[in-house]
Design a protein around this ligand. Structure first.
Ligand SMILES: Nc1nc2c(c(=O)[nH]1)N[C@H]1C(S)=C(S)[C@@H](COP(=O)(O)OP(=O)(O)OC[C@H]3O[C@@H](n4cnc5c(=O)[nH]c(N)nc54)[C@H](O)[C@@H]3O)O[C@H]1N2
Ligand SMILES: Nc1nc2c(c(=O)[nH]1)N[C@H]1C(S)=C(S)[C@@H](COP(=O)(O)OP(=O)(O)OC[C@H]3O[C@@H](n4cnc5c(=O)[nH]c(N)nc54)[C@H](O)[C@@H]3O)O[C@H]1N2
Ligand SMILES: [Mo]
Length: 758
């Protein structure tokens, strides 16, 4: 088994701890942005690039999926978006000489940070069987090699096609078509580890697995509850929207085990007040909930609403909802001690929120990974839906569900059919358009793909972007599974760990990113993306690509499809690669809401996809109504002497891409191997601040999972919980510890013991 990269290189990882910040952005963010960008690019390129982020006619920020306002600010990007752009637009290059100089075994010992710092990939590279180094390979040879391996499989289901959420709509549509023409629904994606719990809960209850609000709704809301999300770091532009809502009179409640600086106060760098003044206080009520306590909180709120006269919108419930009677019967009782234990909140705070709810006509609940990565995530989000339905807060202005998506096009990829469990309607439409019979059996999601590779049932692993071995749970198990494959292939912009933990043979196929100019034989092409609020718009990169013969993702899929499916396949792959309009014409015919796609996508600002609950209060569920559900109280069970660990993001990373070693708002600099522990818990465990510990995860399979050498930081996290960064801690997340129904790894709930290092 591959050794994990060095546990601690004192020069690289020596965390310093200062006081956490109480406000986000402001002047320091601007300075930080420019320094990071200048590190990767010349000043002219910095300006040329940042000027085009999120502007009409420019490119979609490869950072998060937060929507652009109608009239984008001249600098409609944020510190962290700028880092994402700089990471991609860097002028550093990885050439064949780099691979000749570094054996793969050596690269596997390097940190992910180091790998990412080497620059953009420029040449297709092959690691042949028993070779020690990657060597250059031509594009045609590479496609022939993959086609050969695919053809040799006993069944197309022995291949899996992963997608990370940056892939454009056009590339995603072509990619899923290729997989299905080949004959498999094995289309795992990063969403399986991300908002799958939201999709599952929302599809069952509302009939659409996406958010129901637009930016305009946020500006009109009376109350916005932000639960399990750290927008100051992960969706910084959301703070501008919250600020605007706040100034229009909204109250904001944050529900989080950590006091996150961005939610406390926001210094908008686009306004004079934000640059030199005190900024805007955002949070009116902070509920410092225990990890996994949200189901208990929303159940308690629902109980209070049900027992308050006139609190329920009875007309809405009668006309639009099903399952109310069963739900109300179950929620009539409240186990107050269990609620207090699960939430860790004083009862008065829950009552305080109840009062705020009663005085608010229009309510929005926003959430992200703090709600989706628990064993009971689907019931938790269903209970959030119950809460909103009770007072008719779905399908009218200023109200609704707002799962805040992660990757910039993760929502669009799913809309395009990147899903291991596609609907019958989708497959029927796809089959009709392309005159074939798509496979009907469900495919593997991310966790099942790992199991299948481990068991030898999947032999070819192909990834459209992402960093599968570092993003997936149970790093050692996942790496062992990858190594069992016949062939692993990565279409990537940057080098990462998944390229050096390989199957018997491996390919790296370099590709264009969002910022790069994409010119086909026909001329300049553009792509499209869908944001977290269902707006679709175009994205056009403007930079000279890092190497002359880089292919776009669309071109890679098209040429691979031709090689693997043969000349007899009637799909016009060559035309698709030349002219993305032709792909969009097909999307328009297969996917609802995309009619007239080519015209609508050219409108400034793009267009909104239909959303039945939002648009017409109709609910395409099994009952034809919005469904109340019964969700018994459950909360994580942590044995004495143990803590529940959540794995989260620092301010200087984008998922597995580490930009730097600081987490500015949390006061941590110069290192990432830290574990945040409440001082009272630390005292009970006898752990002084500054002590070094190993994190050891305890799971019922008895396997010891250990992440070595973390500095204990006394930090105001909710009691009983701890926090440390992903991906260093993925080694601790057991493969089989997943959410019920959605099968999402429980990245926010890992039982650990902290073993002091002598
Ligand atoms: N700069 C930057 N931007 C990003 C990303 C990035 O890595 N860097 N990643 C992108 C992606 S793919 C995603 S999915 C999003 C992720 O966005 P977030 O979900 O904000 O990311 P996390 O860092 O995982 O933070 C989880 C938050 O939930 C809280 N939390 C954890 N457990 C619980 C719980 O049980 N209950 C409650 N109420 N809160 C809890 C944590 O304290 C933390 O504040 O961001 C996207 N944007
Ligand atoms: N423990 C723990 N694990 C987690 C999470 C957690 O909170 N805790 N979060 C989960 C979540 S929410 C997510 S979304 C996943 C993320 O999982 P992934 O999406 O698989 O991981 P990323 O780190 O975003 O992928 C980064 C790589 O994508 C490639 N890339 C970047 N841009 C492009 C592009 O335009 N095209 C192509 N082809 N490649 C590109 C680069 O090579 C880069 O190295 O991780 C999950 N894993
Ligand atoms: Mo995500």
């Amino acid at each position: 088994m591959a050794k994990q990269p060095p546990h601690r290189d004192p020069a690289q990882d020596a965390p310093h701890v200062g006081p956490p910040a109480h406000a986000a952005a402001g002047l320091p963010a601007i300075g930080h942005t420019l320094r990071m960008a200048a590190d990767q690019m010349s000043p002219g390129r910095v300006l040329a690039t940042l000027r085009k982020v999120n502007q009409q006619g420019g490119f979609d920020c490869p950072g998060c999926a937060w929507p652009e306002p109608d009239k984008p600010h001249l600098a409609e990007f944020c510190e962290n978006g700028a880092k994402a752009v700089a990471e991609e637009a860097t002028e550093r290059r990885i050439t064949p000489e780099f691979f000749a100089a570094h054996p793969v075994a050596e690269l596997a010992e390097r940190s992910g940070y180091w790998l990412g710092q080497q620059g953009r990939l420029t040449t297709p590279m092959l690691l042949d069987e028993d070779a020690t180094h990657y060597a250059p390979i031509g594009w045609d040879e590479a496609f022939a090699l993959i086609a050969g391996e695919l053809t040799a499989l006993g069944s197309p289901d022995e291949a899996a096609f992963y997608t990370s959420g940056r892939t454009s709509n056009e590339a995603a549509f072509a990619y899923q078509l290729f997989a299905r023409r080949l004959g498999t629904n094995n289309l795992p994606d990063c969403s399986n580890m991300c908002h799958e719990s939201s999709g599952s809960a929302l599809t069952e209850t509302l009939g659409v697995g996406k958010g129901s609000v637009s930016l305009k709704d946020l500006y009109q809301a009376d109350l916005i509850i932000v639960a399990g999300q750290n927008p100051g770091t992960n969706h910084p532009r959301m703070l501008s929207a919250l600020e605007r809502a706040k100034r229009a009179g909204a109250k904001i409640v944050s529900v989080n085990p950590l006091p996150e600086a961005g939610l406390e106060r926001f210094k908008n760098p686009q306004t004079p007040r934000g640059l030199v003044g005190g900024g805007t206080k955002l949070t009116d009520l902070f509920l410092q909930i225990r990890l996994g306590g949200d189901l208990a909180l929303f159940r308690a709120l629902n109980h209070l609403l049900l027992t308050t006269p006139d609190a329920v919108d009875e007309a809405f419930v009668a006309e639009h909802c099903a399952g109310y009677r069963e739900f109300a019967a179950e929620a009539a009782d409240l186990d107050r001690p269990a609620t207090l234990a699960a939430t860790g909140l004083p009862w008065e705070q829950i009552e305080g929120l109840h009062r705020l709810v009663l005085s608010s006509r229009k309510i929005i609940v926003c959430w992200a990974m703090g709600l989706t990565q628990h064993k009971h995530s689907v019931p938790t989000i269903r209970e959030v839906v119950n809460f909103l339905l009770l007072r008719g807060n779905v399908g009218r202005p200023g109200a609704g569900v707002c799962p805040v998506r992660g990757h910039s096009n993760v929502q669009g990829d799913r809309t395009m059919g990147i899903f291991e469990r596609p609907s019958t309607a989708f497959l029927d439409a796809l089959g009709k358009e392309f005159a074939f019979e798509p496979p009907r059996a469900h495919g593997h999601d991310t966790v099942d793909t790992i199991r299948a590779m481990r068991d030898g049932r999947v032999k070819v692993f192909f990834a459209m972007g992402g960093n599968f071995v570092s993003a997936s749970p149970d790093t050692d198990a996942t790496e062992a599974a990858m190594r069992r494959c016949r062939l692993t292939v990565h279409v990537s912009t940057k080098l990462n760990r998944s390229h050096v933990i390989t199957g018997a043979r491996a390919l790296i196929l370099p590709t264009l990113g969002r910022t790069d100019r994409d010119v086909s034989a026909l001329g300049p092409q553009f792509v499209s993306v869908e944001d977290s609020m269902g707006m679709v718009h175009s994205s056009r990169g403007g930079l000279r690509p890092p190497a002359p013969d880089l292919l776009s993702e669309v071109a890679i899929v098209s040429r691979l499809a031709r090689a693997a499916l043969g000349p007899q396949d009637p799909t016009p792959w060559e035309d698709f690669a030349r002219d993305y309009d032709l792909i969009r014409d097909r999307i328009a015919r297969v996917i609802p809401g995309f009619d007239d796609f080519n015209a609508k996508v050219r409108r400034p600002g793009g267009f909104a996809l239909p959303h039945a609950p939002r648009d017409s209060r109709t609910f395409p569920t099994a009952t034809g109504k919005a469904n109340f559900t019964v969700n018994p109280l459950t909360a994580p069970d942590v044995p004495p002497g143990r803590l529940l660990l959540q794995t989260l993001r620092s301010h200087d990373q984008y998922n597995t891409t580490v930009y730097g070693l600081d987490d500015r708002y949390r006061g941590i600099t110069g290192g990432r191997r830290v574990v945040l522990v409440n001082p009272a818990d630390a005292a009970e465990l006898g752990l002084d601040d500054g002590r070094f510990v190993d994190l050891v995860s305890e799971w019922k399979d008895g396997v010891e999972r250990r992440a070595a050498h973390f500095r204990v930081v006394h930090y105001p996290v909710a009691r009983g919980g701890a926090a440390a960064y992903y991906p260093e801690t993925n080694v601790l997340v057991p493969l089989d510890s997943t959410a019920d129904i959605s099968n999402t790894p429980t990245s926010k709930a890992v039982v650990v013991r902290l073993e002091p290092i002598a």
